[in-house]
Design a protein around this ligand. Structure first.
Ligand code: 4FV
Length: 259
């Protein structure tokens, strides 16, 4: 897969894409990340990439010409067509499901805005999709691009040493992830749950599913409402709820030790 990023800070993207799983995915030629700086395509002596916002008001807007030239150069840099994504708060919220879809694309171009954003005409003509990483305002789209590159990079076949871990990701089944533990089994902070030391993989799988369901119910009921639970999952969730409510009651009754 190839991802080209249009950004005023190519060094930031290069750095983000050179470490960890994404860095290794590039070393394994599973992913190529290239950056293009619109300032290198500005035609005036001052290499201007921004202008005052039309209609007055604070802030600057990124100009069409340097962006269009940078996009054209990125597109021409490899034969296959690319889906162009603009990172902005006006975009659809990025989800694991959308990440999984984008990870199957051959090429993406990620457009990073700065200042107040990008001239709307450029978005209308050159952008296939707008994505947001969250309902807050950043100083640039680069962090959004880095999030997309990381989330997609780790799903490239062979990027993760153990592909199974992607299947067990949070949200891969629409639920939050279960708790994870490592040695030592006993610690001043407490013990690793017995079931995880049992070697009984069927019980371990059920415990993890039950914890995922319970956490999702407690922390993200909105996700649970969208999750398609089978009979086993509904039964485990009911078990968790019953046990959790009982613990709450006994705690309130003050006859249970503090957790
Ligand atoms: C953003 C977000 C974001 C808005 C103006 C860049 C900034 C500035 N991008 N998800 N939230 N972008 O805040 O993706 O140009």
């Amino acid at each position: 897969m190839r991802i080209d990023v249009i950004t005023l800070f190519p060094e930031f993207i290069r750095q983000c894409a050179s470490v960890g799983v994404v860095g290794r995915a590039q070393e394994r030629n599973l992913l190529t990340v290239e950056s293009w700086n619109p300032r290198d395509f500005a035609t005036d002596n001052y290499r201007t990439v921004d202008g005052r916002t039309c209609g007055g008001g604070p802030g600057m807007v990124m100009l069409i010409q340097p962006l269009r030239a940078a996009l054209a150069a990125a597109r021409a840099a490899a034969p296959s067509a690319a889906r162009t994504i603009y990172l902005s708060p006006q975009g659809a919220r990025l989800t694991q499901a959308r990440v999984a879809g984008l990870a199957r694309e051959e090429r993406l171009i990620l457009l990073c805005g700065r200042y107040e954003g990008v001239d709307e005409r450029l978005i209308e003509r050159e952008v296939d999709e707008e994505l947001s990483i969250g309902d807050y305002v950043l100083s640039g789209g680069e962090l959004g691009a880095a999030v997309v590159i990381d989330a997609i990079g780790r799903l490239q076949d062979g990027a993760l040493n153990d592909a199974a871990s992607a299947e067990q990701d949070s949200f891969s089944n629409g639920l939050l992830d279960c708790p994870h533990y490592a040695r030592p089994m006993q610690d001043a902070l407490g013990a690793v749950p017995d079931v995880l030391q049992s070697g009984n993989h069927a019980m371990i799988r059920r415990w993890r599913l039950k914890q995922s369901l319970g956490r999702t119910w407690l922390r993200r009921p909105d996700l649970l409402a969208r999750a398609d639970l089978d009979g086993e999952a509904r039964q485990l969730l009911e078990e968790f709820r019953r046990e959790w409510l009982a613990a709450q009651c006994s705690q309130r009754a003050g006859n249970a030790p503090e957790p």
